[in-house]
Design a protein around this ligand. Structure first.
Ligand code: TEU
Length: 507
């Protein structure tokens, strides 16, 4: 609840992630762009999402496909222009939707003028904008490992010192203990907030604070990359700093942080006392087995362990992980996962293409380009049955996902039983129910493979049941419940097919 007792928009919203390289190309270069996103906004309005988060489109040498930024306040020509961005956000707002952009605070590109200046000499005015250290003997300052493999330090021959990079050497880490860096990055936030963005998805935010002593990580943690364990107390004061900045803007601007720390307790600490991140990504579903105990346990922990007032989030896929349809291996399971995503308490994030039930593309060695081996989930979005699937080229920057001829927006819009229509029905049900958007969640005891929970809000009630088993499963329902949305062909609500599920409401 905000100061005026209003429920902030982002607690009611469903947010759709767009990976701009793979959404829609309009320039004919086989890479998606900002005008392409604008062209497809009607699909998102028709689907029923409330906001979009657009992964990076800033000037970048693309060593990490945009997460290596060389100018935070401009659009890379590959994606368009600032004028294209202004048109896009105006079109989003005209449709009553909101737009979040990606902010990459932990590191810049090694081609960013700040780093070019910093590495120019030990006396450079921006030397302290990055982490430079003398080595130990011929080796790096400590034993930290980088996310995509290798050391987290690179020796710079020119000045004879090592610089820190938790990701690629082309992604040097900024020194957030330097007030000049804090001021410069706050200016970046203001630049986009002044352009009307409704909030930020914040990249590996848990990594920005560093212990200046850069102690070795304990031997038993030796090979684990630093990103999975970096969690300095200083980071929380830095987050409170940009939270204050964002909250000072009108219109309930929001933040959602990417915190790659496996356990929920650590993740929960990034909400602070309501003075840090508005939302924190919960990646547990990305790693959870498709079993009743695994999902029961995860939902129970989220409901129990998040601090009061901390609003949960739910994610099934993103541009870094294998897609849910590929992980779960069946349409039935992916359909029930969609039911859970859109009925659990918290803000759901839909990754582009999951609404079509897309699988990861099979990318031959010769076409693999990502340093983290994540090309499969980044395949282009197929819009129609045509040879180019709605793109101006037949062969975009990455191969099409499997069955693009049938799993595309045009074909699935023509099929009322498609994954696309299931997502649309679930989104409509959510929009029409305070219980699903804001209600409490009560897990129902019960044995076997069926998980059931109720959502309640001011007399509005919904019941969700999902069968995680490979065999049909019976459940006993109190009289009066009727099926609002079924993941499969409508059947007896008390007899769920394998991996089938249903959303029920009082009749
Ligand atoms: O991801 C952070 C991150 O931890 C992932 O890179 C993860 O380690 C990897 O996907 C495991 O395969 C964010 C962005 O989402 C990612 O695309 C960037 O590559 C990364 O930060 C660096 O900015």
């Amino acid at each position: 609840m905000d100061a005026d007792g209003h429920v902030p928009w982002w607690r009611d919203a469903v947010i759709y992630q767009i990976y701009p390289r793979s959404f829609q190309d309009t320039g004919g270069d086989g890479v998606g762009d900002l005008p392409g996103i604008e062209r497809r906004l009607d699909h998102l309005a028709w689907l029923g999402v409330d906001a979009i988060w657009v992964s990076p489109f800033y000037r970048s040498p693309m060593a990490d496909f945009g997460y290596d930024v060389s100018d935070y306040c401009d659009v890379d020509p590959l994606f368009g222009t600032l004028a294209d961005f202004d048109r896009l956000i105006a079109s989003v707002h005209q449709r009553g939707m909101r737009l979040l952009v990606d902010w990459v605070p932990n590191h810049t590109s090694d081609r960013h003028p700040w780093f070019l200046d910093s590495r120019s000499s030990r006396s450079s005015p921006r030397r302290g904008w990055y982490h430079w250290r003398d080595g130990r003997g011929d080796g790096p300052p400590n034993n930290w490992r980088a996310a995509f493999g290798g050391r987290a330090w690179t020796l710079d021959e020119l000045t004879g010192q090592w610089y820190l990079h938790l990701f690629l050497p082309q992604q040097p880490d900024l020194n957030w203990s330097n007030p000049e860096v804090v001021a410069a990055m706050h200016e970046v936030l203001r630049f986009w907030l002044d352009r009307g963005v409704d909030g930020f998805r914040i990249d590996v935010v848990h990594c920005i604070g560093k212990d200046p002593a850069f102690p070795d990580q304990p031997a038993e943690l030796g090979e684990i990359d630093r990103v999975g364990i970096q969690n300095e107390p200083a980071t929380h004061e830095l987050i409170r700093g940009f939270r204050r900045l964002v909250d000072a803007y009108p219109g309930q601007r929001t933040t959602v942080g990417e915190v790659q720390l496996g356990d929920l307790e650590a993740l929960a600490s990034f909400y602070g006392a309501g003075d840090e991140l508005h939302m924190v990504f919960n990646f547990l579903p990305l790693r959870a087995a498709w079993t009743r105990p695994a999902w029961w346990g995860m939902i129970e922990r989220v409901e129990r362990d998040l601090p009061a007032g901390a609003w949960p989030t739910w994610v099934l896929s993103n541009h870094d992980e294998p897609r849910v349809r590929s992980r779960l291996g069946s349409d039935a399971a992916a359909r029930s996962a969609a039911l859970l995503l859109l009925t659990l308490r918290g803000t759901p994030f839909i990754y582009q293409g999951d609404e079509l039930g897309l699988e990861d593309a099979v990318v031959p060695e010769s076409r693999r380009v990502d340093p983290g081996g994540r090309d499969g989930c980044r395949a282009p979005m197929p819009w129609d049955r045509g040879p180019g699937h709605g793109w101006p080229v037949r062969d975009p920057w990455l191969p099409w996902p499997p069955q693009a001829g049938t799993r595309n927006v045009e074909a699935e819009r023509d099929d009322p039983g498609s994954m696309l229509h299931l997502y649309r029905r679930l989104l409509a049900a959510r929009r029409g129910s305070a219980a699903l958007r804001r209600g409490d969640l009560v897990l129902r005891e019960g044995a076997g493979d069926v998980l059931a929970f109720e959502r309640n809000c001011e007399g509005d009630r919904r019941l969700v049941v999902v069968n995680f088993g490979n065999r049909s499963s019976s459940i006993r329902l109190e009289p009066g419940w009727v099926v609002e949305v079924s993941t499969g062909p409508e059947g007896d609500p008390e007899r769920l097919p394998p991996h089938g599920g249903a959303l029920l409401r009082p009749g």
